[in-house]
Design a protein around this ligand. Structure first.
Ligand code: 5AD
Length: 330
């Protein structure tokens, strides 16, 4: 697809045609099953101060928490009990020794308790090579690190001074070097962002040859500096754009894993389902213990409820690794 074609489809040239095509590409290349990753938000403590994020370090209106090792184990047990194939361990970014070792312990527990059957994705921000290597050796095999925007200029506008788009990209390269299946993604409908930027985001992910993608609408959080700036897109438009982005990425990268995200569900109560229909194949049900869940507010109105999975064609007990990655490796 040329950039112009991508742009035209993002404007809504022919949604019916686009979604028919993306659905067809999906079923031909990866089938119609939904793979689950139980999401464990183990801490909202964060050393970063991203201008859009509700758990940024300067937001003093957040009750900070850190699950105990035992609580993480309970979530892992829950995932094993429900026969989810995988979990995602996510947290605000930290690089202190205690945190690195806590993650290591959790990985070891998940692997031992499931007798090696639990797939594990990490989403723990930018880390040194040695940390990525350590966690990989303990059994994590996928890692999500969103680039947030492929535009260096937008990246700088939505982060404090001194944060570097290049450093983020280098972290993605370190993940690859460590041998992870690497996922990235962007926020859709940011202030300053145009349709042209979103087309560039898709082509960037294709060029980077990523294995997985999680992308969703940007949603204002009123305790953040970015919420003072207006997006040119309404919430409804951001939902439509997210669905077109998913469909286009599926066509551009037929065998990668694409998540239907919570942010999409937040802006549309059929969001999960719509994302899966137009090309996504991954869902990340939140399995964070109730006591902590209400404090992991990246954006306004993030739902706390558990999703009813019976409406989906779920592949229980399977990892659902990125086929794109397996084909690259052999
Ligand atoms: N709206 C939507 N997504 C957000 N994230 C953080 N803040 C917001 C927001 N206000 C996303 C970022 C980050 C992921 C963990 O959550 O893309 O990488």
């Amino acid at each position: 697809m040329t950039k112009q074609e991508v742009v035209d489809h993002l404007y809504g040239l022919d949604d019916e045609l686009l979604f028919a095509k993306s659905e067809q590409v999906k079923s031909l290349n990866i089938g119609s099953k939904v793979y689950l990753r139980g999401l464990i938000e183990i801490s909202n403590i964060c050393i970063k101060d991203c201008l859009y994020c509700g758990i940024r370090k300067s937001n003093s209106n957040v009750d900070r928490y850190q699950l105990t090792f035992k609580e993480v184990c309970q979530s892992i047990d829950f995932a094993i009990g429900k026969n989810f194939g995988s979990v995602v361990i996510q947290a605000g970014e930290r690089s202190d020794e205690a945190f690195i070792l806590l993650i290591k312990r959790c990985l070891k527990y998940a692997k031992e308790k499931s007798e090696g059957r639990m797939g594990i994705t990490l989403s723990l921000g930018e880390q040194e090579q040695s940390v990525y290597d350590l966690w990989k050796n303990e059994g994590a095999h996928r890692y999500l690190l969103r680039i947030e925007s492929s535009s260096n200029e937008i990246y700088n506008k939505i982060h404090p001074e001194g944060y570097s788009w290049n450093a983020r990209l280098e972290a993605i390269e370190r993940l690859r070097k460590a041998g992870y299946q690497v996922g990235t993604g962007v926020m859709i409908g940011l202030p300053f962002q145009t349709i042209d930027d979103l087309a560039d985001d898709l082509l960037f992910m294709q060029r980077l040859d990523i294995d997985m993608c999680g992308m969703g609408p940007y949603i204002e959080h009123f305790d953040t500096p970015l919420s003072k700036f207006e997006s040119q897109f309404t919430h409804k438009e951001r939902v439509a754009l997210t669905l077109r982005m998913i469909a286009l990425l599926r066509i551009l990268m037929p065998k990668i894993n694409i998540a239907s995200t919570t942010a999409l569900q937040t802006l549309d109560n059929q969001g999960f389902k719509k994302g899966l229909t137009v090309g996504a194949n991954i869902m990340m049900p939140n399995i964070t213990p109730d006591v902590a869940r209400k404090n992991y507010n990246l954006y306004q109105n993030k739902p706390y409820s558990t999703i009813d999975l019976s409406q989906f064609d779920v592949a229980y007990g399977e990892w659902g690794d990125s086929i794109h990655y397996s084909l690259k490796s052999f």
